[in-house]
Design a protein around this ligand. Structure first.
Ligand code: NAP
Length: 262
């Protein structure tokens, strides 16, 4: 009987995993990739993923459990983003209930190198309070829903701050960072970004602080390398606590895990 693998995606790594698995096991294994479908880019992203693609939430752990049962899922690989904590928790709960074997494909965090000026903070308030007391030109790469705390930098008595905000899709409402054009600019883009692109953004906008999630992985690493080259400090938002379960950090190990089961 054909076995079914469900990959929880939304990352470059999940797309690559689907490509590798369908190339080697596509004849004998049904491979489904699930995307949240939050961004307008999800549709075009889904066209590049081989195998079956489903888009949209499941309706919490119960909904996911029902889906696992209906689709007769044998194995699940959670290849979601390290900051997508809700879906990873739902996945663990649903797999426990339905007795589906699960692993987490967990990209390693970036490693600090000598000379790097890095700080890692648990939340955005702590981050904002740790920023250096200089005139700031901040490159914000943490998404649109994490920016409220930066409004504090616009209070009287603070050094002047200007922001370059990178988002996947245009914001639905004005950002809490002052006046667009004067106090902040938005640049749209979805990774991977090249090192040359990141160098050019930092140079052109005279960025002196980079703010990023500790996402790890290669797709968005170029900005970290560009910041290192430009000798500018990087302030990271720490990853949420990971779910328990087997975690594999290398694609080859994930494929080997699957090989022994198929
Ligand atoms: P989240 O907070 O953990 O999940 C929120 C809800 O979105 C989940 O409860 C689930 O809805 C749905 N969902 C999330 N991922 C899904 C998937 N792969 N397939 C089906 N439903 C999914 O997630 P998030 O942080 O908003 O991220 C959304 C997606 O974007 C994730 O798949 C993640 O891999 C990707 N992503 C996230 C980040 C980030 O920084 N958070 C960065 C890059 C990519 P139901 O409860 O209805 O099932």
């Amino acid at each position: 009987m054909t076995k079914t693998l469900l990959i929880l995606g939304g990352t470059a790594e999940a797309g690559e995993l689907a490509r590798r698995v369908t190339a080697t096991h596509g004849e004998t294994l049904r491979v489904i990739t699930s995307l949240a479908g939050r961004s307008e880019a999800a549709e075009s992203q889904s066209n590049c993923i081989p195998g079956e693609v489903r888009i949209g939430g499941f309706g919490g752990p119960q909904g996911l459990g029902t889906y696992l049962k209906q689709q007769k899922v044998d194995w699940l690989i959670d290849a979601t983003h390290p900051f997508a904590a809700t879906i990873s928790r739902n996945v663990r709960l649903a797999c426990e209930t339905q007795d589906v074997e699960r692993i987490i494909f967990d990209r390693p965090a970036w490693r600090k190198q000598p000379g790097d000026q890095w700080a890692e903070l648990p939340d955005m308030i702590a981050m904002v309070e740790s920023l250096p007391w200089v005139e700031r030109r901040v490159f914000l790469t943490v998404g649109a829903s994490n920016l409220e705390a930066f409004a504090r930098l616009r209070r009287p008595g603070q050094p002047k701050s200007w922001f370059l905000v990178r988002l996947i899709s245009p914001p639905k409402r004005p950002l809490p960072l002052g006046t667009k054009g004067k106090d902040y600019e938005v640049v749209l883009g979805r990774g991977p970004f090249s090192l040359d692109e990141e160098r050019a953004l930092i140079r052109h906008h005279r960025i002196n602080i980079l703010v990023a999630k500790m996402s790890g992985g290669e797709a968005t690493e170029a900005k970290i390398i560009a910041a290192r080259e430009a000798k500018i400090p990087v302030f990271f938002l720490s990853r949420p606590l990971p779910e328990s379960g087997l975690r594999l950090g290398r694609m080859e190990d994930v494929l080997a895990w699957l090989d022994v089961r198929t």
